[in-house]
Design a binder for this molecule. Structure first.
Ligand SMILES: Cc1cc2nc3c(=O)[nH]c(=O)nc-3n(C[C@H](O)[C@H](O)[C@H](O)COP(=O)(O)O)c2cc1C
Length: 221
């Protein structure tokens, strides 16, 4: 059986290389220089977030929130809070991706849609609500970790979705989170985790940078 799987893998790999298959992850690069004349319509701005929300989250908490900084006026407000990084002005849109620290409090309602769709039972809904409450009620660290995990997965999903649509993207941690929270009136329990710029790449961007060899980052047991 393992021989069969090994053979299948070999066949798939050689088929893939014949087709010059590149994963979307191999195509994505971090864009800092955008074509400032390229715009995105609101439909696309919304669609990228809809796709980002297909990211998984613990108990399907969906404890994330997005602000799409799309208008010139909003970009001007974000620019100084992101240390005047020019991509905030030049990208078609910058998403402020936040994690919600109190998401567990509305988990029962959040899960009701999956109960109504007969995907999970009321028993699962109840158990998950209890488990999430137990974990999050007493621990600020747990609430914070979960907010960062969920927002990060959503942010990466957003970048992959953008790539799939033929757009370019970039992640930015260089911003003043407290100032962004105040300026954009984020919810009290929102933790701004990362900015994601999306648009059309301009000239002068680096190609994807070199990653560490697998042996340095992977242990298979
Ligand atoms: C958490 C995080 C924070 C980042 N912050 C910034 C930033 O503030 N400004 C910037 O130009 N790039 C930022 N980057 C982009 C990284 O420099 C980039 O992803 C890395 O160099 C790898 O580039 P590559 O994906 O194109 O190979 C950030 C990326 C991540 C994931």
């Amino acid at each position: 059986m393992s021989e069969l799987i090994a053979n299948m893998t070999t066949t798939n790999t050689s088929q893939a290389s014949q087709a010059h298959f590149e994963s979307i992850l191999e195509q994505r690069t971090s864009i800092g220089r955008y074509d400032a004349s390229a715009q995105l319509d609101e439909e696309m701005v919304n669609e990228l977030v809809r796709l980002a929300c297909l990211a998984p989250s613990a108990f399907n908490l969906q404890n994330w929130a997005f602000v799409a900084v799309h208008s010139n006026a909003a970009k001007q407000r974000l620019y100084p809070l992101a240390f005047e990084q020019p991509q905030v002005l030049d990208a078609a849109v910058t998403y402020i991706v936040s994690g919600r620290m109190q998401g567990y409090k509305e988990l029962n309602t959040t899960l009701q849609a999956s109960v109504d769709a007969k995907i999970i039972s009321e028993g699962v809904q109840k158990t998950w609500v209890e488990m999430a409450s137990q974990t999050h009620q007493e621990s600020d660290q747990a609430r914070r970790d979960e907010a960062i995990r969920s927002a990060s997965l959503a942010a990466m999903s957003l970048m992959v979705a953008a790539q799939e649509k033929g757009l370019a993207s970039g992640a930015m941690g260089g911003f003043d989170a407290q100032a962004v929270k105040a300026e954009f009136a984020l919810e009290e329990d929102s933790l701004p985790v990362i900015l994601i710029t999306v648009g059309v790449a301009g000239e002068g961007n680096w190609p994807q940078k070199v990653r560490k060899p697998l042996a340095q980052v992977l242990r298979t047991l």
